[in-house]
Design a protein around this ligand. Structure first.
Ligand code: SF4
Length: 363
């Protein structure tokens, strides 16, 4: 993608500063920034998402997620902070954790989020399909892999028959028991999901569908209709959210988001700390604040609405939960634990040693 008018197919996207200026007012400096930033990370907003924006509010959370800013030109951070290249077994297949592999089946997204941690690959106009055969070969031969996560880019940006073929080939591998699909299409461009997509989803059920959603304003009737169709097609629905400065770093915003998702049948799964990717560091929230938000959420919401707050440690060390520590102190067999109102209680931690039941599962 680039910033030239007319270089994109005739889809309902805005992908240039000129086109955007028909919807929101941009001065010449702002247009220039968009043009410069596009050389690093492309710009594309579906018309649907654009219409969710409050064009008169420069702090609109939808706008901040979608429109490039001069801060993206800052140098802090790394192009590949999670060292995904180091764990790639093919250019589109990564294996960091035992039993799981991430398969990048698309390089395109419906919208290029301004905080994207895969900006080194997303929207860069390359074809992952060139590496599919070697990736299937690897997946077939490594029988330790029990779960494949389809990602990208966005898996729902590829032609439906190709997605169907990929899912069929994965389902034919007996050792792969779980397929997860990570997507933002149902949020930013829900009309892109067609009856054909849902027939494919149904054919390969149960798929674990991970919806990337960051703000209650993104929960639209169209999104909810998509959730219903996924559920009717046998999918298990979970969500992932990135904690974003000035966008959703507030317990009230996240409470509304997570409780509305639960009511729609989507379990909030992860709240991610921002990765240390170059061009997105202005979205970073301090861990201390994230932990404070999680503590407040836990005190207010049902456990169903509480995701795991996690950080993917820079340098490729992996994803770990970071949360408030409720276990405050131990004295002998007494554990001092704080409750959700901040009151400390005592738990007698005097369980007896366990013995192995000889089930043999560890063999
Ligand atoms: S949808 Fe995901 S991969 Fe695509 S731009 Fe947004 S964060 Fe990046």
């Amino acid at each position: 993608m680039n910033d030239e008018e007319g270089s994109s197919p005739a889809l309902p996207f805005v992908y240039s500063a000129e086109a955007l200026s028909k919807f929101i007012s941009l001065n010449p400096d702002q247009k220039n920034v968009i043009k410069q930033v596009c050389l690093i990370h492309p710009f594309r907003i579906p018309l649907f998402y654009l219409k969710l924006m409050d064009s008169s509010n420069p702090f609109c959370p939808i706008r901040q997620q979608a429109i490039p800013s001069a801060e993206e030109l800052r140098e802090e951070g790394d192009d590949d902070p999670l060292k995904e290249k180091d764990i790639s077994v093919t250019p589109v297949l990564m294996k960091r954790y035992p039993g799981r592999a991430v398969f990048l089946i698309s390089s395109e997204c419906a919208m290029y989020c301004r905080f994207c941690n895969r900006r080194r690959v997303a929207g860069k106009g390359w074809d992952p399909g060139e590496f599919f055969e070697e990736s299937f070969g690897y997946l077939d031969s490594d029988t330790t892999i029990r779960e494949v996560i389809l990602s990208g880019g966005d898996p729902f940006m590829i032609p439906p028959d190709l997605l169907d073929d990929i899912l069929s080939r994965l389902r034919a591998m007996g050792h792969i028991r779980t397929i997860r699909v990570s997507t933002r299409v149902p949020v930013v461009d829900p009309a892109r999901m067609t009856g054909e997509h849902f027939r494919i989803v149904k054919r390969h059920e149960p798929l674990w569908v991970v919806i990337h959603i960051n703000h209650p304003l993104e929960i639209t009737p169209e999104f909810l209709e998509n959730v219903k169709r996924f559920r009717d097609a046998g999918s298990v629905m979970v969500s992932q959210t990135v904690l974003l400065r000035n966008i959703n770093d507030c317990e009230n915003i996240l409470l509304k988001l997570f409780e509305t998702l639960v009511a729609a049948g989507v379990k909030p799964y992860y709240l991610f700390q921002l990765d240390e990717v170059k061009g997105a560091q202005h979205f970073k929230v301090r861990l201390e604040k994230g932990i404070r938000i999680m503590r407040a959420l836990r005190a207010k919401a049902s456990g169903l609405a509480i995701p795991q707050y996690a950080v993917d440690i820079t340098g490729g060390l992996g994803k770990v939960p970071v949360d408030y520590v409720y276990l405050k102190e131990r004295k002998g067999k007494r554990a001092y634990i704080e409750n959700l109102s901040g009151i400390k209680g005592v738990y007698a931690d005097d369980g007896q040693e366990s013995r192995c039941s000889k089930c043999g599962l560890c063999k």
